[in-house]
Design a protein around this ligand. Structure first.
Ligand code: AMP
Ligand code: GLY
Length: 423
């Protein structure tokens, strides 16, 4: 089978690495990909939102399945584009159609979905510029900290948490009236602050059946001890040590089943990964967000733990026979540590040569922001490399991730040295 992956990060390199292990794979393409995917697949110089160019590539390369990595093309309707095109409609796309992708594309839509299906989440209200004064009144009724969320996609920056009421009011005005996040903040969701520890659960569904994939916890802040600015993710651990069987059972019954059933009831076709962001509050799960894709860097620990042939699993998603798959998961813990460019998540330099790959032992390096130029691997993004390792527990796995990341080098490379500190 010829497969095309859309995307360019560590998630996509990990998917490519896993698909390569399948005897069912013939040719693998990644658009646009990075230096890591270039080593194991054919990169196509096509943007993830250039649907016409994707179509041409799919037809000329005889691609038989498309896996969508990031949310953008899904929210923009890439799956619908395929279904509405006579030449493409029989080529399966892994990733939901536009309507269901709104679960990530609109926080307000996601909150309404959770309310409708009794899925536990933070209390909330939504506001627009017209209801700004009501927003102020609602803020006054809450206890700090205040959680304000731009409704639309804001490249992971749309959630603002503030301790001071006056600051929260000013932030609300800046989002609604001054369009701080452009059209993404035309509507703002204000919600109750949830105090607890975060984890993510990944579900794969064919629209009818589903499988719960391994849990993961990511480290979002740039600074040690979870301080400083939010990033795309500085590392991840799977499984999450505090996700006991009893707690997972609650997540399954209160969140996973109502989500999959809710999609069906609401007539929202979904074939793909669902990323459920949760906070554990007093031993109960509360949903903070849905993403309509796998997480990054969570993929770098979740997918390596999967023992199944991923081509087979995704074919079952396409054929709606996921119930026939027996998911096998490696019992060991996987950890990944992300090497980032100095300065990230603020301004940083690109184009730095990366060395040390040949010294890596007992770990796998997944490329995120890298590019191959004249045979050299150069940095091309904020998050550059993810170093994944296995161990009998997270401490053992982290030791290997750290031993190996130390062998890699580029100018101003930075990484968090305290992953797992909170576990
Ligand atoms: P999101 O973009 O929805 O993932 O939110 C970004 C981060 O904000 C989350 O990972 C949480 O750490 C935090 N967050 C979001 N909603 C809440 C909430 N209601 N209470 C506490 N923290 C939250
Ligand atoms: N690591 C968080 C995300 O992929 O959204």
């Amino acid at each position: 089978m010829n497969i095309l992956i859309l995307g360019a990060g560590g998630r996509e390199h990990t998917l490519a690495w896993k698909l390569k292990q399948s005897p069912k794979l013939s040719n693998l393409f990644v658009a646009p990909g990075n230096a890591g995917t270039a080593a194991i697949a054919t990169n196509l110089n096509i943007g993830v939102n250039d649907f016409e160019a994707i179509k041409t590539a799919v037809l000329t390369k005889k691609i038989e399945m498309v896996i969508v990595g990031p949310e953008d093309p899904l929210v923009n309707g890439v799956h619908d584009f395929f279904l509405n095109d006579n030449d493409l409609k029989n080529i399966p796309v892994i990733g939901p159609q536009k309507a269901a992708a709104t679960l990530e594309g609109s926080k307000d839509f996601a909150k309404e979905f959770m309310m409708r299906h009794n899925i536990p989440t933070a209390a909330y209200e939504s506001f627009t510029a017209e209801s700004l004064e009501k927003g102020y009144t609602f803020l006054e009724s809450l206890n700090p900290p205040y959680v304000l969320k731009a409704d639309g996609l804001a490249a992971g920056k749309g959630v603002v948490i503030l301790n001071n009421l006056q600051d929260a009011k000013e932030e609300l005005k800046s989002m609604l009236v001054d369009a701080k996040f452009g059209t993404a903040s035309t509507t703002v969701v204000i919600e109750e602050f949830l105090d607890g520890i975060e984890l993510s659960v990944f579900v794969l569904t064919d629209g009818e059946n589903y499988k719960v994939l391994p849990t993961a916890k990511d480290y979002k802040r740039i600074g040690e001890g979870d301080t400083g600015l939010n990033t795309g993710g500085m590392g991840a651990i799977s499984p999450v040590p505090f996700a006991s069987e009893a707690f997972m059972d609650k997540i399954h019954k209160q969140v996973v089943i109502p989500t999959v059933e809710g999609l069906k009831k609401d007539n929202l076709p979904y074939k793909g990964f669902i990323f459920i962001g949760l906070i554990k509050v007093d031993d109960n799960p509360k949903v903070i967000e849905y993403n309509v894709r796998l997480g990054d860097p969570e993929t770098e620990v979740v997918i390596p733990r999967l023992k199944n042939d991923l081509v087979e699993v995704l074919q079952a998603v396409a054929n709606q026979t996921l119930n026939e798959i027996d998911l096998q998961v490696d019992e060991r813990t996987a950890t990944t540590v992300m090497a980032v460019s100095g300065g990230y998540p603020e301004a940083y330099e690109k184009g730095k040569e990366i060395t040390g790959f040949e010294m890596i032992k007992e770990a796998t390096v997944f490329h995120a922001g890298t590019t191959l130029i004249d045979g050299k691997v150069l940095t091309s993004g904020g998050r550059v490399l993810a170093v994944t390792a296995f161990g009998s527990d997270f401490k053992e796995a982290l030791k290997l991730s750290y031993q190996n990341i130390e062998k890699l080098n580029f100018e101003k490379m930075n990484y968090r040295k305290d992953l797992g500190f909170d576990l």
